[in-house]
Write a protein that binds this ligand. Structure first.
Ligand SMILES: C[S@@+](CC[C@H](N)C(=O)[O-])C[C@H]1O[C@@H](n2cnc3c(N)ncnc32)[C@H](O)[C@@H]1O
Length: 224
């Protein structure tokens, strides 16, 4: 079995019993509890779709993400860095990812990861107040948000407004139950889709079940 480039720049795939998505390990020999695979003299990291909503969206056949090697990315809700570490691999040495999280505990773990990976920087901040970190974050080619808050769509739009470059892509992970537990997830997903559509073009959308229950992921593109 061989590792081959996927249709997404910077992402690879392997077809065996199961389809796997992988990134080239930016710091060979380091690992985050994920499976490592060596092929053709290169070390790859396997994205677990049950731990990463990005991985889940890939398994659900997302058609585009809009992120590529060399991009500057803004990651909102970085936690201790599992999915951000794959974004860091994908961006490569010429790219950079600013990782925002409001929890001191996870940001502490994130700091250790960023010490290993020179294309990542941790920022302890509330993403609802992007003006507080505007002086530390540059314009972004790509925004990724995974924040389980009632106002997650508003947080996303504020950050895209402030940091996303025209023509740039942005991904929003929606956790329906954080918005309204009384409504069916499908109703919430359509509501968020309409809300985003008033400001930014929604270019793809995937429900993440069975990998992540009651979650969906939307890919957006900012108008030029
Ligand atoms: C589901 S976890 C993210 C997991 C991560 N995206 C991954 O795949 O590895 C959500 C994170 O959002 C953070 N968060 C929640 N509200 C936030 C806010 N207003 N600003 C920044 N981070 C926030 C939480 O501290 C938590 O670490």
């Amino acid at each position: 079995m061989s590792v081959t480039p996927s249709r997404f720049s910077g992402l690879f795939e392997m077809h065996g019993k199961k389809l796997l998505f992988l990134t080239k390990n930016l710091i060979a020999g380091t690992q985050f509890g994920e499976q490592l695979i060596s092929a053709q003299g290169t070390e790859y990291r396997v994205i677990d779709p049950t731990r990463s909503k990005l991985g889940a969206a890939l398994m659900k056949g997302i058609s585009q993400l809009g992120v590529k090697p060399g991009d500057v990315a803004l990651y909102l809700g970085a936690s201790y860095g599992y999915t951000p570490s794959f974004v860091s691999d994908l961006l490569g040495e010429t790219g950079f990812v600013f990782c925002i999280d409001s929890a001191p505990r996870s940001t502490r773990d994130l700091v250790f990861l960023c010490e290993q990976r020179s294309n990542m920087a941790p920022v302890l901040a509330d993403a609802f107040h992007p003006e507080a970190y505007a002086s530390r974050v540059s314009g972004a080619d790509f925004v990724y948000q995974d924040i389980a808050q009632r106002n997650q769509a508003e947080i996303f739009l504020k950050n895209c407004d402030l940091f996303l470059k025209p023509g740039g892509f942005a991904v929003l992970v929606v956790k329906a139950r954080s918005i309204d537990v009384t409504k069916k997830p499908g109703v919430i997903f359509q509501q968020v889709r309409r809300q985003l559509g008033e400001h930014i073009a929604v270019v793809d959308y995937r429900v993440l079940d069975p990998f992540e229950k009651d979650h969906c992921l939307l890919v957006c593109k900012k108008k030029i």
